[in-house]
Design a binder for this molecule. Structure first.
Ligand code: SF4
Ligand code: ZN
Length: 419
């Protein structure tokens, strides 16, 4: 994805350098959302004649006065986009950029998405003259800039009255739900093209993420729709279509088209790939994986550890040590970097028996995936699987892990041997 940074017409500095900037409570002039006030952000596709380009509309009683008082305020951001090459599927891809668009402004901070977003404007930015209108200006300028080949027109409406925000948030929620449903129907089997991501080849030259509807990139930042949209935006960029070709192995997920593509794109380093197993020719890992999956042979299963978990794992290595052995763009059977959301995909290690193989995960990771995981576990016939999976509060070594697994009757112990 080629991103040339252009500054939107706002009175503060702008650029990726400000993305990591935090705004503390005492430096905050005003905030929106974050469970403090109702808020949402929503990108909706429109026909070209339905919206006016570069228009920012603010709806709300005395919104200027209320904004100038500071504190907290409800906020609904509706971004309507139109373009000849725009597709409804791209709404979520564009919507996710709201986060970056806001964060790149000095003194502006954004967290979350959809109806759990949270925005802060610092005292300093307010003193520089940042207004509500600028929140919209940032979006009109940057959306057209980032998505210039699919977005021709952008119109932003900002709602500041609580009853408007709450009412439109319901509409937005219905749209999010419909989108999620559509994403749920996109399966690896239902499409004939996957997408590659080559962005990490700059430091892991043989690494290629093969992104499928049911397997996002291992950094967690790119899903199949992102790949599709990115290719639409820049056909010579880092995301290329990978025609599946013929299915060679349904259990392990091996395709002629994927293998052919990989041979070329990895410079011959990777000959063949199995999408759904960790044991034989698994996906390579660069270095930005959100999680590492690793086999625990004595438990006949795998553990998953997430970046940011500082403790020991039952295989005797911390995340940082493991990351050193897994990354670099080589296929390492038994070890694999993945994105968090892949854990609850129906294709997660499906060739090896799926989520029933998971025997250990940090407690925080368990909590993070719990909702989706419970659905998958039910489908797999083990509704209480998450409770049977050990975490650091139960054990940090393999001996205690095995004791735990047998005491709870973990299904991995009964499955066919992994090795
Ligand atoms: Fe792309 Fe994969 Fe790197 Fe993420 S980890 S940027 S999906 S190559
Ligand atoms: Zn990477």
């Amino acid at each position: 994805l080629k991103i040339i940074v252009e500054k939107p017409p706002i009175p503060v500095a702008y650029g990726p350098a400000f993305e990591g900037e935090r705004i503390r409570k005492e430096d905050t002039f005003i905030e929106f959302g974050g469970q403090r006030t109702p808020a949402f952000e929503w990108v909706r596709m429109r026909e070209l004649d339905e919206i006016e380009d570069d228009k920012v509309i603010i709806v709300g009683e005395n919104y200027q006065e209320r904004y100038n008082k500071g504190g907290q305020m409800p906020l609904g951001i509706l971004i309507e986009v139109a373009g000849r090459k725009m597709q409804k599927d791209f709404e979520s891809v564009i919507e996710r950029k709201i986060h970056h668009n806001i964060n790149e402004a000095q003194g502006l901070w954004h967290m979350g998405q959809r109806d759990i977003n949270w925005i802060r404007i610092s005292n300093a930015a307010k003193n520089e003259g940042i207004t509500l209108e600028h929140l919209g200006r940032i979006q009109t300028a940057m959306m057209k800039h980032r998505f210039r080949s699919i977005v021709d027109k952008v119109q932003v409406t900002i709602y500041t009255d609580e009853h408007d925000v709450v009412r439109l948030r319901e509409e937005a929620r219905a749209a999010y739900k419909e989108r999620d449903h559509r994403l749920g129907t996109l399966t690896d089997d239902a499409v004939d093209t996957f997408y590659s991501c080559l962005l990490c080849q700059s430091f892991a030259p043989s690494h290629v993420c093969v992104i499928t509807p049911e397997r996002l990139g291992l950094c967690g930042a790119y899903n199949w729709l992102d790949g599709k949209a990115a290719y639409e935006i820049d056909p010579t960029g880092g995301n290329q279509p990978v025609p599946k070709g013929e299915l060679l192995d349904a259990r392990y997920g091996r395709y002629t088209g994927v293998d052919e593509y990989l041979k070329k794109a990895s410079g011959g380093a990777v000959e063949t790939l199995n999408l759904y197993t960790i044991m034989e020719n698994p996906m390579t890992s660069c270095g930005c994986f959100e999680c590492i999956v690793a086999i625990i042979p004595e438990a006949n299963g795998v553990m998953i550890v997430n970046r940011g978990f500082p403790g020991m794992t039952p295989i005797g290595m911390k995340f940082s040590t493991l990351a050193g052995t897994v990354g670099g763009g080589a296929q390492t059977p038994g070890f694999m970097g993945i994105g968090v959301n892949f854990i609850t995909s129906k294709k997660f290690l499906s060739g090896d028996g799926g989520i029933k193989r998971i025997v250990w995960m940090p407690k925080g990771l368990k909590e993070r995936v719990a909702e989706e995981f419970k659905k998958r576990a039910e489908e797999a016939g083990v509704p209480d699987l998450l409770d049977k999976i050990a975490d650091e509060t139960i054990c940090e070594d393999s001996e205690k892990l095995l004791e735990h697994l047998s005491s709870v009757g973990h299904p991995a112990l009964e499955m066919e041997p992994m090795i």
